[in-house]
Design a protein around this ligand. Structure first.
Ligand code: R5P
Length: 300
């Protein structure tokens, strides 16, 4: 059996390269260009006939463009005779649209999962917003996690408490707490809009403790910032660590977070890590987690 062939779209070529290096094979060559009218044009630079292929493409901004590129590259692989195509989607945008709240919205996660499923045979994704999103995929989905890698980097120390910034992240917080041997507290959050949240209170003991706030992602920073404000009012020690798999840092995230007593913000490279932000960001690579998934999947 030949080695799996890894390709990387333009959303995170560094991660794709790191994965293929760990697998001991060169990254598959490809070209992504644009016609003058803005259309994407892609072309493979490898013979893929009969090969097991993996296409690494998170939905980093601009999300729609990345999805279209993924579909075009997958179609190129299919028409060029690849034996199997696995989309490796380290960050899956639209996962937060996993339920209908007003009755007048689409089930966005399902629509996008169907779009991806139309062009590949299998999907690998990391720390999806909720396990319910798995149900949106009609293809085999391999759901991997960065929690162990992040917990190893964080280390647990006496006097810390793991905090879930909302009800949705409670299970995630419990996983961190188990790995680090720490207690858990939960903040009660209400989402006002895509970029605005409000937090009301804390369940659990935080007074005098150093919080470790964990979430699947930091997008505009609203959730984490609101949680920290509530924790400070509840008397936690002003020395906060934040851990999140997907560090998007979009919109007002920096303004929201920079004035807070943050000691560490630990995230991964599922999307290209930001550089030069005035925040104590540490990035842990998840290339090893994906390389292991690729190795296992390609060996059946
Ligand atoms: C929401 O339920 C998610 O788990 C995150 O808490 C949220 O999406 C983070 O977004 P933001 O940083 O914009 O608050």
């Amino acid at each position: 059996m030949s080695n799996p062939l890894v390709f990387g779209g333009t959303a995170n070529p560094a991660l794709a390269k790191a994965i293929s290096e760990l697998l001991g094979s060169p990254l598959g060559r490809l070209q992504v260009e644009r016609f003058p009218d803005g259309e994407l044009q892609v072309e493979l630079g490898e013979d893929v006939r009969g090969r097991e292929t993996f296409l690494v493409q998170p939905t980093a901004a601009p999300v729609g463009e990345r999805l279209l590129e993924l579909a075009l590259l997958a179609d190129a692989l299919r028409r060029s005779g690849a034996r199997r195509i696995t989309a490796v989607v380290p960050y899956f945008g639209y996962a937060r649209q996993d339920r209908r709240e007003t009755g007048r919205e689409p089930l966005g996660a399902r629509v996008v999962a169907d779009w991806i499923a139309g062009s590949v045979d299998r999907v690998v994704a990391m720390d999806l917003h909720s396990s319910a999103v798995e149900g949106c995929f009609r293809l085999p989905l391999e759901h991997v996690s960065a929690v162990e890698v992040l917990a190893r980097r964080l280390g647990g120390a006496a006097g810390q408490v793991v905090v879930s910034p909302d009800m949705g992240a409670v299970k995630l917080a419990e996983r961190y707490a188990r790995l680090l041997g720490l207690p858990v507290a939960v903040v009660h959050k209400h989402r006002v809009s895509g970029a605005e949240v409000s937090a009301h209170g804390v369940v659990g003991e935080v007074k005098g403790l150093r919080p470790l706030v964990v979430d699947d992602m930091i997008s505009t920073g609203g959730t984490v910032a609101a949680a920290i404000e509530v924790l400070l009012s509840a008397g936690c020690a002003p020395e906060v660590t934040v851990a999140a798999t997907h560090g998007l840092f979009v919109g007002p995230s920096v303004e929201r977070l920079r004035g807070l007593p943050l000691r560490r913000v630990v995230t991964t490279d599922t999307v290209p890590p930001p550089s030069g932000l005035p925040l104590p960001i540490e990035v842990v690579s998840v290339a090893g987690v994906f390389a292991e998934a690729v190795r296992r999947l390609s060996q059946g």
